[in-house]
Design a binder for this molecule. Structure first.
Ligand code: ACM
Length: 384
């Protein structure tokens, strides 16, 4: 009987390779939501069954496994990808087979596929806020350090453009390190930073080598109170890897931090820990993976089919009371309304939220409208 058959969904994250830690947290966010939906009886009595493959943090493997999920496992919807290089490898596959990918990671924007739903932050929901905060608090001269792939190149280009809107604003350096960088790979970068003396650092280093950069930065004697690192990709996962002593005083811009003091977030975290313990540190990518699955499950209930053509009209414009606040999928570009926040790591290794918005911000992946002064007026300071 078709109506009691389980519904298979693809889950494509990495348990191994350079971004294994952050991707594990996304996988747990997805599995947590799947468990909740199944505990409530599934979707119209049909259990959701995840089909998971470890993509080893390699773009070609993502593409091959997406193809396998679609052609061998008969999966119609895939949840996955962290690095933009991996998303870009999967897009042609889901487009060719008319399937749907849910992407739960902040990214560089300038993209809008009809076969994707994007629930991580677009640059107008994190980069603009970080640029405004860091330049107004620390000064307009930024030094950029990134991992060597597309997201850092593009995110740095956007940051340079934003910073140049400030009086005296300029990029004073830009360096890239391998995706599997160790502390030694940052030697030259740190010598250059010492020489150039920027006001702040913008880090687009991703994954497991993030801890190496922050540790090398601390070992080199740089003081975050004077010259902090601001990032979009250093979440609770990477802070846990580097430890509070190394992370304290640095900043991240994201729509979600564990420290959000709402009933919705506190109860979601409690339920997650009850089920999964302390195996992963909840973070913005975890939260985006969690809420996007619930958005999918509701659309599945409404449409009665996991076919993209039936699902999409139910997905576009839909909303969900997520841990960060009520989020909504914007019909015109498939991205989500989100709540930009700035967090500063405290001595316990937790993000103290120093700025936040009261309203969810429209996703503008092409940065059509953005200026630092209007951004400042949207943000509420919660600093003491
Ligand atoms: C990223 O590659 N979108 C972090």
């Amino acid at each position: 009987m078709a109506h009691t058959d389980p519904i298979k969904v693809g889950v494509l994250y990495s348990e191994t390779g350079v971004t294994s830690s952050i991707e594990s947290s996304q996988r747990f966010g997805t599995l947590f939501a799947i468990g909740q939906v199944n505990e409530e009886g599934g979707v119209d009595g049909r259990e959701i069954v995840p089909v998971f493959y470890d993509a080893h943090s390699e773009p070609a493997r993502y593409a091959a496994l997406a193809e396998r999920l679609i052609t061998a496992d008969n999966v119609k919807v895939i949840f996955g990808c962290y690095m933009s290089s991996t998303r870009k490898a999967v897009i042609p596959v889901v487009e060719r087979w008319n399937r749907l990918l849910f992407y739960a990671t902040l990214y560089e924007g300038f993209e809008c596929s009809d076969h994707l739903i994007y629930t991580g932050a677009a640059p107008n929901q994190n980069s603009v806020q970080l640029a405004e905060y860091m330049t107004s608090k620390f000064g307009p001269r930024v030094y950029m350090v990134g991992s060597n792939y597309i997201y850092p190149y593009e995110s740095n280009r956007i940051m340079a453009d934003l910073v140049s809107q400030c009086p005296g604003g300029q990029k004073v350096g830009e360096r890239y390190v391998p995706l599997d960088a160790t502390e030694r790979d940052f030697d030259e970068v740190l010598a250059d930073i010492r020489n150039v003396q920027p006001d702040f650092i913008f880090s687009t280093v991703v994954g497991n080598s993030t801890q190496c950069f922050y540790r090398a930065y601390a070992d080199a004697g740089f003081d975050p109170a004077k010259m902090p690192i601001g990032s979009l990709t250093t979440s609770e996962v990477e802070v846990a890897q580097m430890g509070a002593v190394v992370a304290e005083g640095h900043y991240t811009s994201a729509p979600y931090f564990q420290t959000i003091q709402t009933e919705a977030n506190i109860s979601c975290l409690a339920k997650f820990r009850e089920r999964f313990g302390d195996s992963v540190a909840p973070n913005a990518c975890w939260e985006a993976a969690y809420f996007q699955f619930h958005i999918f499950a509701r659309a599945l209930r409404a449409s009665g089919s996991d076919d993209i053509d039936a699902l999409m009209p139910c997905l576009l414009g839909s909303s969900f009371d997520a841990p960060q606040g009520t989020v909504r999928i914007e019909a015109s570009n498939h991205h989500a309304y989100l709540y930009p926040r700035i967090g500063r790591v405290n001595s316990e290794g937790r993000f103290a939220i120093v700025r936040e918005t009261r309203e969810a911000i429209y996703p503008d992946p092409y940065l059509v409208a953005h200026d630092l002064s209007s951004t400042a007026s949207q943000m509420t300071s919660v600093e003491n």
